[in-house]
Structure formats: C-alpha cells, structure tokens
Design a protein around this ligand. Structure first.
Ligand SMILES: *Cc1c(COP(=O)(O)O)cnc(C)c1O
Length: 431
C-alpha cells in the first residue's frame, strides 16, 4: 500500500508547489520536502503516494475531533446553502450570535464581550489593541508596553510577533518593526511539582519596575506551546493575577493552543482559577475546519475602551458564518462527547508510550500534560530525516528544534498512540 509511484498529474502540481509556493517557515530556494496530501478521515491522513498516516499533530492542534466528521460536515453544508459569507459591518447573523453566547458561557465568568477575529494572530493583535486602548481611554496614556514570557509564542503578525520569544521569534530580523516589549524568564516551576514562590520573583520585579508604562502582561496559561511545549505551575498565574491587580496592569491569557480541552480542562486558566482581563481562543475553535479566533474581555475593559470610542479593528472576513457554524458544531461535540475522559486517557497512554524514549542517551526528558506529549532531545532534530522515517512507520509527526511532540486528535485509539510512540522510539534508536 505504501509508497506507490505518483500519478503524473500529482507529480506536476507537486513540482510546481516546490518551485513556487512557500510553506510555513521554509526557504523558497531550498524548501524542506512536502508530502502530497490526498484526503483525511478520522485520525488518518492519506497521501497520494499510498501511505495512510496516524495524525499526531491534529493539524497544528486544531483537528480535535479528527477529520471529515459527519456533524461538522453537515453544519458546513447547511450554512453554505444559506450563505457562506456576509460582511459583519452593520449586519449580523445567528451563527455568530450563538457562538458568542456559547463562548461566554464556557469562558471565565468575568468575560462579557467578544470580538470574532479571522486567525489566532489577529485575535492577539486585537487583545493588544484592547489593552492599549483601555489605558488611552481611561487617561493613563503612558501605559503602552507589554510584558511577556521568554519561550512564549503568540503568532506571526508584527504585533503578535513582538511578544513572542525574542530568540526563537527571530526578533533580530525585524528590529525596526518591533516596539521593544519586556520579557520575564520562563517559569521553571513545573506543573505537578511543589510550588516554589521564588519562581515568580523575576516577573514580580519587572512588574514593580515598569507597571507605569505597561498596559498588559500576556502569557499562554499553563502550557507554552510553539515556544517549547513547556508546562508550568498554576500558582504562577495566581501570583500574576494578584500582582497585576495591585499594580494596575491588565492580564491577557492566550488560550489559542490550550483551549477546548487540550490540557484536561476546557480552558487552561481553570487549573489556577485566576481569571484574565482579556483572553484569546482559536485553533481548535472550529474543530480544525476553518480559520476563526476570538478575543474575549470583561465589562470593565470593554466599558473603559468605549469611553474613548470604538475598538479599532474590523477584518473583512470578521464573523464568517461558515466558520461560526462549524465552531458551533464543534462545541456541540465537546458538550455531548466525553472529551474529558478521552484527554485523561490520552495523558496516560502518552505517558506510557513515550516512557521508553526517556531511557535513551540522546533524550533529555519526556513530559506529558493532558493530550500533549513531548520528547526533548539533547540536540536539534533533523526534521526532514525524522519525518521521512515517521512516514515510513505510518505516523504524521512534525518535530521542531529539540522537540518531537504529539498533540493527537482526542478520538485516537490505543493502536493509534502505539503507532505514534513506536515511530518516535524507533527513530531515536536509529539516530
Ligand atoms: C498558533 C498560536 C497563535 C497564532 O494563531 P494563528 O491562527 O496561527 O495566527 C497564537 N498564540 C498561540 C498560543 C498559538 O499556539
């Protein structure tokens, strides 16, 4: 079944793609190889070359229910018959209003207003604008900078990039574009360990020194995703909330990667119980079907901004009805299904499956939180070689830096997890 010769037509567009299309973070002249995707169902990705791969990535953490889900397909088809898109300026529709209500129902109780953005990065831009406009409108006009965490990731547009880790975010390429925000060290006290109050000291110090010029602190709660798959202690957020209140700085949680059950709670803030002033969600919001995100905020922030005028953002595809309809359908599946049990089962299965890797010399450690499993190596992974090996094993896994990680769809079976974990172990053994 695997590795059948490619149809000449497929070869043709594959060659064109290689010569002309940019893929994420690749060179136009020396691109990393791309595999020809044919279709996907459930947890499986089919290639034109014949392989059937277990998806270990959920298409960058989005496809939590798997691919080609009848309920999500239905929602999309029904909405397409009504209207795929209409402008959100001056018009509104049931899919957007219903989604708004449902999102507020499941988010921190303080969240009372929301903005529907067209991607995660844009929702972060909107979050930053909300914080900046809030202090402009309420008269503290010096408060325009942000404080973020090292090893954080918040998106690739300029404003979002400016709060990503300065090293992995390659800030050196964009010095003239970036406003120069502040960064606190990565929290080192781990999720599951005893809380060490000293872990918060550097953040506390930065807040005390700079609060007069800060509009917000932005963090990914509990799990730092694309910046290093790192899990930190909930008490860090409790301390952060307290310090932000004391020093009048807004707190933004970026739940784009952590939202919709991935860490074992519907949203990661629940581990700490400390609410944000502004929160972003995206990625799994539509179950991986379409690009959609949202920025949620409190009555206090929304009313503060409004004293100064309108919130200054409005994308062309804002509130896209197709995306809202499929997001509502994805929320149906979360409401009706047993994601909590699936995620806690996955946590156990990933722990067991990745454990053998920890004994290998080239492995620094393995770590698991909810339906997220990571193997950290002592040196960087050769992505092309690793992927070629994984594909031969029937696994779709995309490593980065020193990390080989898994964020599988919640519907994975034991056999799926075995395939993924054995592929990783096999690769590490041979390399
Ligand atoms: C992926 C991600 C983003 C950016 O979302 P896009 O939809 O890719 O723009 C922002 N923040 C976090 C935490 C993410 O994981």
């Amino acid at each position: 079944m695997a590795n059948t010769p490619l149809d000449p037509e497929v070869q043709e567009w594959l060659d064109f793609d290689r010569q002309h299309l940019w893929h994420p973070y690749t060179s136009a002249s020396e691109p990393l190889p791309c595999y020809p995707f044919k279709s996907a169902t459930g947890t499986r990705i089919q290639l034109h070359s014949g392989e059937s791969l277990v998806d270990g990535m959920s298409s960058w953490w989005c496809a939590i229910h798997g691919y080609n889900h009848p309920h999500l397909n239905d929602a999309l088809k029904k909405q397409a018959e009504i209207a795929s898109h209409v402008m959100f300026g001056g018009l509104t529709h049931e899919p957007a209003a219903r989604l708004g209500k449902r999102l507020l129902d499941v988010s921190p109780p303080d969240m009372q207003h929301l903005f529907l953005a067209d991607s995660g990065s844009v929702s972060v831009e909107v979050a930053i604008k909300m914080a900046a406009q809030y202090y402009q409108a309420t008269g503290l006009k010096d408060k325009g900078r942000l404080l973020a965490l090292r090893n954080g990731y918040h998106g690739d547009t300029a404003g979002a990039m400016a709060v990503c880790d300065p090293v992995t975010g390659m800030h050196s390429l964009f010095t003239h574009l970036l406003p120069g925000h502040l960064f606190a060290p990565q929290p080192r006290c781990r999720f599951g360990d005893d809380w060490d109050p000293k872990d918060f000291t550097p953040m506390r110090r930065l807040l005390e020194q700079h609060h007069h010029e800060l509009c917000a602190v932005i963090v990914e709660p509990i799990v730092q995703g694309a910046g290093g798959i790192w899990f930190y202690h909930p008490n860090y957020l409790v301390e952060l909330r307290r310090a932000c209140d004391e020093l009048d700085v807004l707190l933004i949680y970026d739940e784009i990667a952590t939202g919709f059950g991935r860490t074992g709670k519907l949203f990661a803030w629940e581990w700490a119980g400390a609410q944000p002033d502004i929160m972003t969600v995206g990625k799994a919001l539509t179950g991986g079907y379409l690009t959609l995100a949202a920025t949620l905020t409190s009555k206090k922030v929304a009313q503060g901004i409004s004293q100064g005028g309108p919130l200054m953002h409005g994308p062309t595809f804002m509130g896209n009805p197709l995306a809202c309809a499929v997001a509502n359908a994805s929320l149906d599946l979360l409401e009706q299904g047993d994601w909590q049990q699936q995620v806690s089962w996955l946590e156990q299965a990933l722990q067991e499956g990745l454990e053998p890797c920890a004994g290998l010399d080239i492995c620094a450690e393995t770590r698991v939180c909810g339906a997220i499993g990571a193997v950290e190596l002592k040196s960087s992974v050769d992505v092309a070689a690793a992927q070629a090996y994984f594909v031969r094993c029937g696994a779709w896994i995309r490593p980065f830096g020193k990390l080989i990680y898994l964020m599988p769809p919640y519907i994975c079976s034991q056999q799926d997890i075995d395939t993924l974990c054995e592929a990783i172990f096999g690769y590490l053994q041979t390399s």
